[in-house]
Design a protein around this ligand. Structure first.
Ligand SMILES: [Zn+2]
Length: 264
């Protein structure tokens, strides 16, 4: 029976049956993985609060084979990230981040950089004075570490550089399109200014400890937020909920309330 011992971050916790929980983790060793915690909802559960979302834990998992659901054997809290539960803006931003990780990472595809950035990102979020922007920067940066990088340097159709042509952002095309190419598209796309393009490029390129110092307000913030939300929605194939940490039951389909569609 294979055994995994790994650091992990709890990204989703679902009630299962009478007293159990099915928990999704993003782990350092095996990437995203689900496991069942038997009796986790009993009053005196040995798991305590370790299976709540955002916890950084030392996890021990047993599994018979890859097809079967792993059994959560032991969980010890390494960092509780308790501050993330202290205010609605922090909790909303943290929920957005874990829902994003749930949506854009494949099962059992370890990516050490994603794990490290997620852990450092939750830590940075705890002391952030702008949680919404911190969550946005984290999403842009993690997209850059995965196979889902939005194209923000060239037109996705003809390849012309963003520096020489005015651009619009098309989530469905995977990034920007120059004005002549966008004229041929049925979709109008989203307006995106050179300042917003430079902001996304920086958030992708700079090391994570530097990007948390980036600031955006007004038009740039609005444009970047709309473009990234539309893009993540496209990649995930559905709208991400801003708060959906505890699904009612895994037997019921997840409900994904739509984002505001004001950018259409
Ligand atoms: Zn073009």
């Amino acid at each position: 029976m294979p055994l995994y011992k790994t650091r992990a971050i709890v990204i989703k916790s679902q009630r299962w049956g009478e007293a159990d929980r099915i928990v999704t983790f993003y782990t350092e060793q095996v990437g995203k993985v689900r496991g069942i915690a038997r009796s986790a909802r009993r009053m005196k559960s040995r798991f305590g609060s370790a299976l709540e979302p955002f916890r950084l834990v030392e996890l021990t998992l047993f599994e018979k084979n890859v097809e079967s659901l792993a059994r959560i054997s032991q969980v010890d809290i390494a960092d509780s990230f308790e501050r993330l539960r202290e205010s609605l803006p922090l909790m909303t931003a943290a929920a957005r981040i874990v829902n994003f990780i749930q949506a854009v990472t494949p099962d059992r595809d370890p990516n050490h950089a994603v794990f490290q950035t997620l852990r450092d990102g939750l830590s940075a979020l705890e002391s952030s004075d702008d949680p919404e922007l911190c969550a946005l920067l984290l999403q842009i940066h993690i997209l850059g570490l995965t196979g889902f990088r939005p194209q923000v340097h060239h037109c996705t159709e003809c390849g012309v550089s963003a520096e020489v042509s005015s651009m619009r952002f098309f989530a469905q095309s995977g990034g920007m399109m120059c004005f002549p190419c966008s004229e041929r598209s049925f979709d109008r796309g989203l307006s995106i200014s050179p300042g917003s393009i430079a902001f996304i490029q920086q958030a992708r390129r700079l090391p994570f400890d530097k990007i948390t110092r980036l600031r955006a307000s007004g038009q740039i913030r609005q444009e970047v937020k709309q473009a990234i939300e539309a893009y993540v929605e496209e990649v995930a194939g559905k709208s991400l909920p801003s708060m959906n940490l505890y699904s009612p039951s895994v037997n019921q389909p997840d409900r994904f309330p739509s984002f505001s569609k004001e950018y259409h």
